[in-house]
Design a binder for this molecule. Sequence first.
Ligand SMILES: CC(C)(COP(=O)(O)OP(=O)(O)OC[C@H]1O[C@@H](n2cnc3c(N)ncnc32)[C@H](O)[C@@H]1OP(=O)(O)O)[C@@H](O)C(=O)NCCC(=O)NCCS
Length: 173
Amino acid sequence: MGDTSPTGVTVRTERQDDDAAIDVVVASAFGQRDEADLVRALRSSTAWLPQLSLVAELDHRVVGHAAFTRAHVDGVPVLALAPVSVIPDAQHRGIGTALVEDGISRARADGESLIVVLGDPAYYGRFGFTAAAAMGVSGPFGPIVEFQCLPLADAFPTGTMRYPAAFRVDDPA
Ligand SMILES: CC(C)(COP(=O)(O)OP(=O)(O)OC[C@H]1O[C@@H](n2cnc3c(N)ncnc32)[C@H](O)[C@@H]1OP(=O)(O)O)[C@@H](O)C(=O)NCCC(=O)NCCS
């Protein structure tokens, strides 16, 4: 955690003055404002966990960001991973992997029991994420393979996942 990888990238917890740089990174990674606005909304909500808002620095420049925020499965606290962003000219160098792996390590050290993510199984599978439905976790999107989870403990909650309100996903629960 917080180490410098062989690629020269450092992953660390965000600082208060990182807001603007994170906003630029998220908007440039996705090529639109939606996810950057989501980060802003999450940051001003009770779901925001500053210690799990992680930035990747390369040559003292913020080039990546990952947010793990507070969600719930049947009322039990879990983590939602989203969004993960790496600026286009720094992609494919392992920075996204370093951010997600660092966050998983921190979450495990914090005693978290489950991380949920909506994303491509080809990407998140490398970290151990598997289809949430098969693990007994349902979400607002139905049983799609992109809805995945990573248990961090033998005992983890099952049931219905509720995203933080800032995600504005319909919740049939
Ligand atoms: C997804 C993202 C965070 C990955 O960051 P990265 O630093 O390029 O990732 P890494 O270098 O650790 O891993 C790259 C590998 O991930 C895979 N990958 C990258 N983006 C992917 C995607 N959207 N879906 C599936 N696989 C993807 C590639 O196969 C790549 O492997 P390769 O380098 O051998 O070709 C980055 O591409 C990004 O910001 N994309 C735009 C935003 C986005 O889609 N975020 C994810 C959803 S929240």
